[in-house]
Design a protein around this ligand. Structure first.
Ligand code: IMP
Ligand code: MG
Length: 174
């Protein structure tokens, strides 16, 4: 089925908000070093843009978990596809996500990361769909709260497409 993409958040809006979050994190972690854990693949575009705007020392690592197939519904199954390269011991960790939807993936992931001896673990997401929450997750930094729409761009995909859009779009079928 052919789909159409409607702009929800422009590139300018997203960039401006990422700068604000970068400023906030730089203030909150003044005098400290932060360790950004990017959840692949969706979080990668957001993490790179955010990292460039953080002024305290930053280190980065990546992990990949699977919760979605080529579908738009959560399977509820979380599997580690790629684990972190580095230890979290004694680090100020910030998990960087593209979107929190049901919260299933994050809830599992945060518990697992917290068991690895970090100083603290916070969660930063570009997008949040609070209406869809099934599992309660505390989000420390949110770019935008959005309505219950399937969105793409800035790292988010529909069937592996559209990650490279520089804005956030809604997928429409008509
Ligand atoms: P959750 O476990 O249901 O919170 O799922 C989170 C993951 O589902 C995100 O990291 C995305 O990979 C994917 N996801 C949820 N909503 C969307 C969407 O609107 N567009 C693209 N991917 C989504
Ligand atoms: Mg994701």
């Amino acid at each position: 089925m052919a789909e159409r993409i409607e702009v929800l958040l422009t590139e300018e809006e997203v960039d401006k908000r990422i700068q604000e979050i970068g400023d906030q994190i730089s203030r909150d972690y003044a005098g400290k070093q932060v360790h950004l854990v990017c959840v692949l693949k969706g979080g990668s575009f957001f993490m790179c843009e955010l990292a460039k705007r953080i002024t305290v020392p930053v280190s980065i690592d990546f992990m990949s978990v699977s919760s979605y197939g080529g579908d738009t519904k959560s399977s509820g199954v979380v599997r580690i596809v790629k684990d972190l390269d580095e230890s979290l011991k004694d680090k100020h960790v910030i998990v960087i996500e593209d979107i929190v939807d049901s919260g299933r993936t994050l809830s599992y992931l945060l518990d697992m990361l917290r068991s690895r001896g970090p100083l603290d673990v916070r969660l930063c997401t570009l997008l949040d769909k609070p209406d869809r929450r099934v599992v309660d997750v505390k989000v420390d930094y949110t770019g935008f709260e959005i309505p219950d729409e399937f969105v793409v761009g800035y790292g988010l995909d529909y069937d592996q497409k559209y990650r490279n859009l520089p804005y956030i779009g809604m997928v429409k079928f008509d």
